[in-house]
Ligand binder design. Structure first.
Ligand SMILES: [Zn+2]
Length: 338
């Protein structure tokens, strides 16, 4: 049985999945192994290999059945998987600077390896859940977490870009000033931009911009007495339960997404739009309200495009590994291995 593996290398954990050539996942939920990235490439690649054996055992398949590997990591890295020479948050050890992690893993395992950054892997997973691995469709995905990641898939292929920054959707500027109810707000992003999508729509935005803006308007609000970073994490749950200020914060974020998705509709005329991440890990009723608000925030669409579907991305925790596996399945198919 030919199988490909998806390996999501995060800051602290490696998450594995396995998929057959018939596009069936052999591992339900998370199969995690400690990452040890801080100890440099040699230790980390060994960890990846050890964990892969554990994943294969869990799925009851021999390692030799695995014909290709899909790897995803946080960036910045080149489209081919060479980590930034300037280093990055998740790869602090000096030996990681400029390290070709895709090639290093291919050599270590003796199998072909494909590479995606984690945002693009998540986007490919979302795309797959709607269209499967052999798709010719176009989708734009955004994943709302601490920051805002995502990806653009055109005719079934991930747009990686010249330097690996394709799909860095969080840093696209949006005309946020047109959102009602935030007069005078100055949403600054960590990247230095004022008013990009991440600066309006992320957990960081709630902590840095929304709570300082809205709490003075709700002087008796209970979140005013809570540590700011802890309070930011409570906003989604309270919004889900109907708290007025927290709903208002999510309304503004949804309208920001609407402005951004309008830009995407006019740029790509995609088949679908997909929204995922922690912000939507809430009740179905809240998800529906949020998507409705996204549509309210979108400027009027052409009649032909007004019915564009907006989906909620499933399975947040496994999205990276599963997207990486789908990229590897495409590699295996194109090279005749599966
Ligand atoms: Zn930014």
């Amino acid at each position: 049985m030919e199988v490909v593996a998806g390996i999501d290398l995060g800051g602290t954990a490696i998450n594995y999945t396995l998929i057959t050539r018939e596009e069936k996942f052999l591992i339900e939920g998370l199969c995690e192994h400690p990452a040890l990235s801080k100890q440099g490439p040699e230790v980390c690649l060994q960890q990846i290999e050890d964990g892969l054996k554990i994943a294969a055992d869990l799925a009851k398949i021999p390692l030799t059945d695995i014909v290709a590997i899909g790897l995803d990591t946080p960036g910045p890295a080149s489209a081919a998987g060479q980590l930034s020479a300037k280093g990055s948050t998740n790869f602090v050890h000096a030996d990681w600077a400029g390290f070709d992690i895709r090639e290093g893993l291919a050599r270590k395992l003796g199998k072909p390896v494909s590479y995606l950054n984690d945002g693009n892997a998540g986007a490919l997973w979302g795309h797959f859940t709607i269209f499967g691995a052999n798709s010719k469709e176009t989708s734009v995905s955004i994943v709302i977490g601490t920051g805002l990641g995502g990806g653009v898939i055109i005719d079934g292929n991930v747009v990686k870009g010249r330097k690996g920054f394709g799909g860095e959707l969080g840093h696209v500027l949006i005309p946020y000033q047109s959102i009602p109810g935030i007069e005078g707000m100055k949403p600054n992003c960590n990247c230095g931009r004022l008013g990009d999508l991440e600066s309006v729509c992320s957990l960081t935005a709630i902590e840095k911009t929304f709570l300082p803006y809205f709490l003075p308007k709700y002087p008796d609000h209970e979140l005013g007495k809570v540590d700011r970073s802890k309070a930011a994490k409570m906003v989604r749950g309270m919004a889900d339960r109907g708290d007025a200020m927290c709903r208002e914060i999510f309304r503004v974020q949804a309208h920001g997404i609407g402005l951004f998705l309008d830009e995407m509709v006019n740029t790509f005329d995609p088949d679908v739009l997909i929204i995922g991440g922690g912000a939507l890990e809430a009740s179905e009723a809240f998800q529906k309200w949020f998507i409705d608000q996204v549509r309210v925030g979108m400027p009027t669409q052409r009649e032909e495009q007004a019915d564009i579907p907006i989906y909620v991305m499933p399975n947040g925790d496994t999205a990276g590994a599963r997207g990486a596996a789908i990229e590897a399945l495409k590699l295996a198919r194109s090279s005749g291995l599966a």
